[in-house]
Write a protein that binds this ligand. Structure first.
Ligand code: F6P
Length: 318
């Protein structure tokens, strides 16, 4: 396999550029040609690609976002769209494709793999990819979030206020759970445990009784709007929470060293697997070891909340 393509798809994640850099440099190191496909699957279907060289990925390891850009392309989820993409790949003489992205991108990889050799590289701040300990971008997003939690805590303690901080994660709670633990949030609400809301109300009321009126509640967007939660708390407790929605700030920023190393390892590993004609795989790290799974697990398995981390969050927010 001597000519491969690489693209980024879905929500961008800090570290995607480090992964692109690793794919390009590793492929060139092994004597392959590598083509960067611009604007994700939309660009692929439009034949929007350029041959990459060592200098194409110079000085990007420290940059957030993705130099190949990304897109949310609905058509690629249709058979016709996948056929069109595969035809474009074949027309340009590419023999393999490395797809860097989140769960939707991995599912597209799982769909086209029967028609074209592909490898999925998990990159999403949501960290919601099954059988993968950590997706590229998760660590950087966690560090971004705790910077904001620490800043909010300054004003919360100064004014004895309760703050709700709404974080991303789509319909999963990993980002909220881990950032809540790291930020020392008094309460964490995740979609996988919505019934915690009653416990949170009890804890807030107990706090008021012991004159502790300030607290930080980290809520995952999949639970609902932070403003709706504030309204409910105001109705049921003698508290008027303020709300901060972190939004897309969680997607930007320079990737951490951890994410840069993770991305570099996974990008090179994806090239290695394609070089060995081992396509149809989802690469990842498990217990700090490089692993690869049949990409079809993205259809049969859903990422789970780590029960130990959830228990820890309950223990530390007594
Ligand atoms: O999947 C990454 C993510 O940031 C989610 O956490 C979030 O819900 C979604 O993308 C936002 O999508 P968009 O950038 O299209 O608004």
């Amino acid at each position: 396999m001597n000519r491969i393509g690489v693209l980024t798809s879905g929500g961008d994640a800090p570290g995607m550029n480090a992964a692109i850099r690793s794919v390009v440099r590793s492929a060139l190191y092994h004597g392959k040609e590598v083509y960067g496909i611009k604007r994700g699957f939309q660009g692929l279907m439009e034949g929007n690609m350029e041959k990459m060289h060592v200098g194409s990925v110079g000085s990007i390891i420290q940059r957030g976002g993705t130099i190949l850009q990304s897109s949310m392309c609905e058509e690629i989820f249709t058979d016709a769209g996948q056929e069109s993409a595969v035809q474009e790949l074949r027309n340009t003489g590419l023999e393999g494709l490395i797809i860097i992205g989140g769960i939707d991108a991995m599912k597209v990889a799982g769909k086209i793999v029967n028609k074209f050799p592909s490898i999925g590289v998990p990159a999403t701040i949501d960290n919601d990819i099954p059988e993968v300990d950590e997706a590229i971008g998760f660590d950087t997003a966690l560090n971004t979030i705790i910077e904001y939690i620490d800043q909010i805590r300054d004003t919360a303690t100064s004014h004895e206020r309760t703050f709700i901080i709404e974080v991303m994660g789509k319909d999963t709670g990993n980002l909220a759970l881990w950032s809540g633990i790291a930020g020392g949030s008094e309460s964490i609400l995740i979609p996988e445990r919505k019934d915690d809301l009653e416990n949170i109300m009890d804890r807030l009321n107990r706090g008021v009784e012991r004159e502790k009126r300030y607290s930080i509640i980290t809520v995952a967007e999949g639970v609902g709007s932070g403003f709706d939660l504030a309204k409910k708390i105001k109705e049921e407790a003698d508290i008027e929470p303020r709300v901060t929605v972190l939004g897309h700030t969680q997607r930007g920023g320079t990737p951490t060293a951890r994410d840069r190393v993770l991305a570099s390892r996974l990008g090179a590993y994806a090239v290695q697997l394609l070089g060995n004609n081992e396509a149809g795989r989802l690469v990842g790290i498990k217990n700090n070891q490089l692993v690869n799974h049949d990409i079809s697990i993205v259809f049969t398995q859903k990422s789970k909340i780590d029960g130990n981390m959830y228990s820890l969050s309950k223990e530390l927010s007594i």
